[in-house]
Every structure is written in C-alpha cells, then in structure tokens.
Write a protein that binds this ligand. Structure first.
Ligand code: FES
Length: 83
C-alpha cells in the first residue's frame, strides 16, 4: 500500500498553534500506522492569511487540507485514507 503523505505547515501561525507537535509524530505513530505515513514539513501554505480556510494549524493529508489540525484528527484522517 502506498504511504499516506502528511505535509505539515511549519509557518509561524501554524507552528505556534501546535504544528510543532506534529513534527514529532513520525516517532510517535500508533503501531497500526507505523511505516505507512510519510511526514514532511512545508513552508507557509498561505491558508493562514484567509479566514475562509479555517484556523491554523493546517496540514495536507494526500493534498487534502485539514484546518484546526490536532494529533487526533490527523490520525483519524490518515486511517480513513488507508481503509
Ligand atoms: S503558517 Fe501555516 S498556512 Fe501560513
């Protein structure tokens, strides 16, 4: 199965709103997701500049934007993708 791609915005707005925690996810993935997720950091996705996108932190999961990301909703979304 192809790895799910998780791109974490590391721009300031996202970083201070919690994205810094997501960068550690690689080491902390639950057993069922280990080795199945490719995590990268990306520069500001420019979503923080327009409230229409929702609130930071933003991540892209296989190019799908997730606003207000938390470790919990990121893991849920990845699991959905892998079903
Ligand atoms: S800092 Fe994340 S979208 Fe701008």
């Amino acid at each position: 199965m192809e790895k799910t791609k998780l791109a974490i915005c590391t721009g300031t707005a996202c970083y201070v709103m919690g994205a810094s925690d997501f960068l550690l996810l690689e080491d902390d993935l639950p057993d069922d997701l280990k080795g199945k997720v490719e995590i990268t950091g990306v520069t500001c996705l420019e979503k923080c500049k327009d409230a229409a996108y929702g609130k930071p932190p933003f991540v892209l999961i296989d190019d799908e934007l997730v606003a207000g990301a938390t470790v919990q909703n990121i893991l849920e979304k990845i699991r959905e993708k892998q079903c």
